[in-house]
Design a protein around this ligand. Structure first.
Ligand SMILES: Cc1ncc(COP(=O)(O)O)c(C=O)c1O
Length: 400
């Protein structure tokens, strides 16, 4: 138990989108955004701004936005601000990193991917490996769990990189990443962790996870649409992505192609500040994040338990997200009803809980769900008990 209760009404009051009355369970696809984030984006676009520099006030303003955003993300992840890279999306950053790392791979080297992962942490590695004649080895889940042994079984002295998710965006499973990191490092390989679905639901510590590279997306944690890669600056210094001749060769700038979206970076800082302030307090931002995210965890798990209890009472509902350690993301099917039909039915009742494989297509196929996938209900900081009850009532009404 955390000492300070989570103030759901206070949180919800900051989200203008909730005025529509829609119950949003589509957060794992992209969360709603607090007005504080939108204001930061607006402020940045309407202030005197230029490209980063130190001569004019407008240049210094852009520079400050970038420096602040790297600090904010570093606080969020327990990372070094000097190793925080911004890009358009996690997918784009992972493709870029895979291509850059593959320059050092040789035919016969090996790369490990898993069938628990979103395709953005699979296909960039598979295709980069294929381009240089490296071998791809697959770690398969056992049911919805990804035991460390599944990764260990495919490690070898030729392994150069292991790509694993910190949390499945389909079934919520949180594998034991520190143990996978230890096995990966013992094999002499690097670990790339997909933190896109994990970051909105956890107090992240990239060092404790053992991640050499950690990727996430601010639009999943109340921020704007962009992607983040965090790594030790010394490790990034060894990697040489393709870049323009006149662009900076410094780390992390050499990984950021073209001009950064300053307004979105300001929105990202505002999102981190918003998360840190979920439980109002004083002190360093990282400490406030720890307190706030503990309270959020309690709130989200309580809503997930309420949801799953309600769904279990509806005849014909199967809950697929059953891992021992998981995010508050519930995946379910309803006997006799296509997932897409359940999705449409709920949408008609003002409840947004989409159906898909959500790009975790290997996982959906592995579980026997096929490409139709299942219905996913993601709990978010703004999810209320009445949202949950509406979802359960909607499913119950469908079953009749
Ligand atoms: C677990 C996971 N990884 C990666 C991605 C891709 O993120 P982006 O849209 O930033 O490329 C997603 C998006 O849904 C995701 O849920």
């Amino acid at each position: 138990m955390v000492d300070t209760p989570y103030d759901l009404d206070r949180t919800r009051s900051r989200f203008p989108a909730l005025a529509s009355g829609t119950a949003h369970f589509d957060g794992p696809g992209g969360s709603q955004v607090p007005v504080d984030v939108a204001d930061a984006v607006h402020r940045t676009l309407t202030t005197s701004l230029a490209n980063r520099g130190q001569v004019t006030a407008a240049e210094r303003a852009a520079d400050a936005v970038v420096v602040d955003a790297r600090r904010a993300v570093a606080d969020l992840l327990g990372a070094d601000p000097g190793g925080v890279v911004f890009g358009r999306s996690m997918t784009q950053l992972t493709y870029d990193l895979a291509r850059a790392l593959a320059k050092r791979w040789r035919p016969g080297d090996e790369v490990v991917v898993t069938r628990l992962d979103h395709d953005a942490n699979i296909r960039p590695w598979v295709q980069a490996a294929e381009a240089v004649g490296a071998v791809v080895r697959w770690a398969d889940p056992v049911g919805v769990e990804l035991p460390v042994s599944a990764v260990e079984a495919v490690l070898s002295p030729r392994t150069r990189l292991v790509a694993v998710t910190a949390a499945s965006n389909l079934v919520g499973t949180k594998p034991d990443v520190p143990a996978i990191a230890a096995a990966t490092h013992a094999a002499g390989a690097l670990l790339h962790v997909d933190g896109v679905h994990y970051t909105p639901h956890a107090f992240v510590d990239v060092h404790a996870l053992g991640a050499d590279f950690y990727a996430c997306s601010p639009y999943k944690f109340l921020g704007p649409h962009l992607g983040v890669l965090a790594a030790d600056p010394a490790l990034l210094d060894e990697v040489h992505p393709d870049k323009l001749l006149p662009s900076s060769n410094a780390v992390p700038e050499r990984f950021e192609l073209g001009t950064l979206p300053y307004e979105l970076l300001a929105g990202t800082t505002a999102a981190v500040d918003f998360l840190a302030d979920l439980v109002p307090g004083t002190g360093p931002r990282r400490d406030r994040l720890r307190t706030s995210l503990a309270a959020l965890d309690e709130h989200e798990n309580a809503q997930r338990d309420r949801l799953e209890q309600g769904l279990r009472a509806v005849p014909g509902v199967t809950i697929w997200s059953t891992a021992a350690s998981r995010t508050p993301t519930t995946l379910f099917t309803v006997d006799g009803h296509e997932p897409a039909a359940v999705y449409r039915h709920l949408a008609g009742a003002g409840v947004n809980a989409p159906a898909s494989h959500f790009y975790a297509v290997e996982c959906a196929r592995f579980l026997g769900l096929g490409d139709a996938g299942a219905v996913r209900a993601g709990i978010a900081p703004y999810t209320s008990p009445s949202d949950v009850d509406r979802l359960v009532a909607g499913v119950a009404a469908l079953v009749g």
